[in-house]
Design a protein around this ligand. Structure first.
Ligand code: SAM
Length: 221
């Protein structure tokens, strides 16, 4: 049994979140919905924000970063089309919430965060919840994780000016990459698939993310 099971005062709030924010907006994959029902989102935010953890918006997690809106987490996860046996790379561990959702749905998650303090806290949270199928790295995720490539899915939870080439190169045949691409105000959520003919790109709609900072992202200010 993967993941969390314990006393949880937020079960009904989480049910409501899944029904009203996620199912009602069209996310259908039953495995994704089940994962969103299981992962205790309130454990990934600070004490003073726990009572807002299931609201329909992002929340601050320190260092100028955010935990993404629940619907966006579900939408991006569904786009990866995970069946359970995959090896997935995540860029931008942040709070670790999206990492937990992925860990519920695939074989192994490799997650990279550039801000060490966030990476340590996320790891502590995820380990305390019992997740064992996650590998952690601190560094520039725009370079991917070449030693572990290829991946069956890659998810980038920060906004890039363009799709980083190393991430395209680290996709297995048939694998999917989900990434927000655009300027620093707003972006398009792109689904990039490696197909025999090359690369296929589909837009999943408009989003707003914090910057992806790195060699293949934005420059550090
Ligand atoms: N998925 C996270 C969650 O559920 O809490 C939200 C992530 S937050 C919107 C984006 C994260 O990407 C931030 O923590 C930021 O520090 C990180 N980040 C930005 N550029 C990065 C890079 N090049 N490599 C790794 N992490 C990066």
């Amino acid at each position: 049994e993967k993941g969390y099971s314990g006393d949880d005062p937020y079960v009904s709030e989480r049910e409501r979140m899944v029904e009203l924010q996620i199912e009602r907006r069209g996310v259908k994959d039953p495995r994704v919905l089940e994962a969103m029902r299981r992962v205790p989102r309130h454990m990934f935010v600070g004490e003073q924000l726990k009572n807002q953890a299931y609201e329909d918006h992002p929340l601050p997690i320190g260092e100028g970063q955010t935990i993404s809106q629940p619907y966006i987490v579900a939408l991006m996860t569904e786009a990866l089309n995970l069946k359970g046996s995959e090896k997935v790379l995540e860029i931008g561990t942040g709070s670790g919430y999206q990492t937990a959702v992925l860990a519920e749905l695939c074989r192994e998650v490799f997650t990279i965060e550039r801000i060490a303090s966030l990476a340590y806290r996320a790891r502590k949270t995820l380990e305390s919840l019992g997740y064992k199928n996650i590998k952690y790295k601190i560094g520039d995720g725009t370079l991917g994780w070449p030693e572990e490539a290829p991946f069956d899915g890659i998810i980038v939870t920060a906004a890039a000016p363009k799709v980083p080439q190393p991430l395209i190169d680290q996709l297995a045949m048939g694998a999917r990459l989900v990434i927000p691409v655009g300027d620093r105000i707003s972006q398009e959520l792109l689904l990039v698939e490696r197909v025999p003919e090359g690369i296929r790109k589909t837009s999943l709609g408009g989003v707003r993310f914090v910057d992806l900072v790195g060699k293949w992202g934005w420059r550090e200010e």
